[in-house]
Structure formats: C-alpha cells, structure tokens
Design a protein around this ligand. Structure first.
Ligand code: FAD
Length: 391
C-alpha cells in the first residue's frame, strides 16, 4: 500500500490527525494494534479545554459534545472547613467541557468510518523502516496473519505510551525526561448522578480526593493512594468511606451520594517526555511523546494540540513550505512543558506528603490560588488552555 501519511495508533491523536489531514487534502492510512471495540471501550480522560473544543468545532466533530457534554465555568477547590469556587470565566479564562474520552473516540471513529478512511485494526508487529530517507515505510501483520507494508511520505507515531515509534528516534538525538511521583491514584466510576455541579479538587490531611463526572448519571472519583497499594485492598465500602471523609460529606449541608462502583483501578502518577518530536520523516504526537499526571487533565488536550499543529504543518509542506514542519517539535514541546509544569505544581499543591510543614505550604498555595485575582487568573488560564499556535 502507498499513502502520504502512515499513522500508527487509532487513539484520539491518530483518529483526529487523519480527519484534519483529510481537510488539508492529504490522504492517510491508520494501523492499530488493538480491535476497534477495545479502543472504543477504553475509559480515560474526561476534561476538554476550550482550545480543544475550538478544534473539534472547526473540524465539524462536536455535535454530540455540545449535546451530551457538560460545560463547566470553573471548579471547586476545598480543604477542611473551606470550599471555594474558582470561576474561570470571571478570572479571564474560558469554560471547559466534561466529555468522556471514550465518547470523543467514538465521534472521531464514526467520522473516519463515514469518510471511508483506510484503517487496519488488530495489526501486530508494527515496525518502522528508513525514517531517515525520503521513502519511509512500515510493516506489520494484519488480522488475517498476512504481512503488510505501507510506503508513505511521512510516518506519524500516535501509538501512545506503550508504542514502538519513539524507538526510531536515533539514540544520539533522543532525550527522555522522567519524573515518578511518590503517590498513585485510585480511580473509580460509579453509576450515580454527580453530587456536585462542578469538579471538586479536595486537599485533606489524609490525602487528595477528586470528584468529577462523565454524564448526568455517571460519576468519576480519584483518591491519592500509596504507590505500593493494591486494588484488592480497597473494598467498595472502604472506597466510599474514604471518599466521603476526604470530600467532607456532611459538612455545610453537602452530601456525597454513593452508588454501584462499575470500574476501579490504581494508576501510578508519572511524567515522561521524549524529545525531539520529529526526526527526518518521523513525527510523534500525543502520549507517544509525552505523558503527564492526570491532575491537570492535560494528556488528551496535548494530544489534540499536537495533531492540530502537525496537520497544519503537513498541509503547508504539501504546498511546498516545510518551515512549519521544521518548527513542529519545538512548538509542540513548548506547550507540553507548560502542561508538565502545571500538572506538577497542581499535583504538588494537592497531594499530601505526611510532613506537617508541607501541609501548611500547600494550604498557603491553595489559599493564594483561590483568593488572589492573580493566582485565580493563572489557575483559570492553565485549566482553560491557551490557543494552539506555532511559536
Ligand atoms: C488509565 C489512564 C487514565 C487517564 N486519565 C486521564 C485523565 O483523567 N485526564 C487526562 O487528561 N488524561 C488522562 N489520561 C491520558 C489520556 O488518556 C491520553 O493522554 C490520551 O489517550 C492520549 O491519546 P493518544 O492517542 O496519544 O494515545 P492513546 O489513547 O494511548 O492511543 C494510542 C493508540 O496506539 C495503539 N498502539 C500502541 N502501540 C501500537 C503499535 N505498536 N502498533 C499499532 N498501534 C499501537 C494503542 O492501542 C492505542 O489505541 C489517562 C491515561 C490512562 C492510561
């Protein structure tokens, strides 16, 4: 097979890239290791910043998002005895949207199938070849066991954290920046209407807790837990008791509503950034190049920003101008590092360490972010996101 752009991975980055490329008049082929059902069934992120929604609006992909998603003007930040609302719009930012990643992936996937996109699921042993040359290609084995080869002008690795494409960056050029956080998140979904009209970020001496939502009938929660903790130690009763205590259920007439837990797992918090995001005819986008802790809700938004820049760059290159393609890695990484900084500082303000001195510093930080116009404006901008642009 031959195409202009060979895309590895049919997650949000790969699917959106193929859609945006089509609008630039560029054909692509996607290869994905998993089945379509598996990809569509993956629950992960759920908060879209305004800049991401702009991209989806412009690409004609946001009808269901505006119908079924929940628009939020801000968030609650709380600690024992105090609950403050940070209104992003009042502080100079923009609203964010609560919309599950699985819903977005479904929208993107439906749009690609409707457009007749060439997509190959269940492809194993994907390997990249000759990315240094002007004729790169990839190989793999399709669902029927047949070997496939795709020749392309460029290859884009959208294959996530466990993907293979970043291994094709030469060792001599590659730099990997990594931070492992000293805590993990226990995340769970419950079939119960949200107990709050906005997302709650709660500092508690026992550990961080977060209440978010996926829809009017599905709630999502996260609890700070020890990195050595195992999910088997967390019965549903223990989870609800801990969540209620940390979120202050019963304080100020506010009550947490419990319900059936449908999914629970423990996720280590880490940040890992691989540079550069382009080498010769290979480009990386989304989690293939960077993962950040989910506290700042930036992972999915960064994937959308990367492919937005990349589609513009490849569109310009097709018209004979390679300058944006040359600027892609630096421009994308500028946004990535800002998101990494936000994810780090926001995580650091909310996750307890067991040291009483740290507790007081964290509370001073949260007080400033939620009461000072300057602090609030910074938090609003970091949450709602800045426009996606080269530079
Ligand atoms: C458990 C979990 C919870 C998360 N929670 C949040 C959150 O609350 N908020 C937030 O903002 N972000 C969160 N994230 C991050 C967010 O989900 C990602 O940033 C987002 O999925 C990135 O999209 P992507 O397309 O780059 O990568 P992915 O969604 O990982 O897609 C990559 C695709 O490539 C495929 N692939 C991998 N290897 C190969 C191969 N060799 N050949 C072919 N295909 C391959 C994979 O099967 C996958 O479909 C979470 C991530 C995880 C793992």
């Amino acid at each position: 097979m031959k195409t202009r752009v060979a895309i590895i991975g049919a997650g949000p980055a790969g699917l959106l890239l193929s859609h945006l490329l089509e609008r630039e008049g560029i054909e692509s082929i996607i290869v994905e290791a998993q089945s379509s059902d598996f990809v569509l069934g993956r629950f992960r992120a759920g908060l879209l910043e305004a800049a991401s929604v702009d991209v989806l609006d412009e690409a004609g992909l946001s009808e269901r998002l505006h119908r079924d998603g929940l628009e939020h003007r801000g968030v609650y930040v709380q600690w024992p005895g105090t609950k403050r609302s940070v209104d992003f719009v009042e502080r100079g930012g923009r609203p964010v949207w609560v919309y599950g990643q699985s819903e977005l992936t479904r929208d993107l996937s439906d749009a690609r199938f409707a457009a007749g996109q060439q997509m190959y699921y269940n492809v194993s042993d994907v390997a990249l070849h000759d990315v240094d040359s002007s004729a790169p290609f990839l190989t793999g084995v399709d669902a029927t066991g047949r070997s496939i080869r795709i020749d392309a002008d460029v290859i884009v690795g959208c294959d996530g954290f466990a993907g293979v494409s970043r291994d094709s960056l030469p060792q001599s050029l590659r730099a990997v920046y990594e931070r492992r956080y000293p805590h993990s998140w226990l995340g769970f979904f419950a079939d119960v209407p949200p107990s709050s009209d906005q997302i709650i970020f709660a500092w508690h001496p026992e550990g961080f807790a977060m209440h978010t939502m996926r829809s009017a009938s599905i709630s999502r929660f996260h609890l700070q837990v020890d990195p050595h903790d195992h999910i088997s130690a967390w019965s549903d009763d223990r989870i609800w008791e801990t969540t209620a205590r940390r979120l202050g259920s019963g304080d100020n007439d506010w009550t947490l509503h419990a319900g059936p837990i449908t999914e629970k797992s423990i996720l280590p918090l880490r940040c890992r950034i691989t540079t550069p995001m382009r080498h010769a005819r290979l480009f990386l986008a989304g989690d293939a190049a960077h993962v950040v802790p989910p506290t700042g809700a930036k992972g999915l938004n960064l994937a959308i920003a990367d492919v937005t820049l990349l589609a513009r760059a490849l569109g310009a290159w097709k018209r004979g101008d390679e300058s944006l393609a040359n600027a892609y890695s630096d421009s994308a990484l500028r946004r990535v590092w800002r998101a990494a900084e936000f994810s780090w500082s926001w995580s650091s303000a909310l996750h307890t360490t067991g040291d009483p001195f740290d507790d007081q510093l964290q509370l001073a930080q949260l007080d400033w972010l939620t009461s000072s116009p300057t602090g609030g404006a910074g938090l609003a901008e970091k949450f709602s996101g800045v426009p996606i642009a080269f530079g």
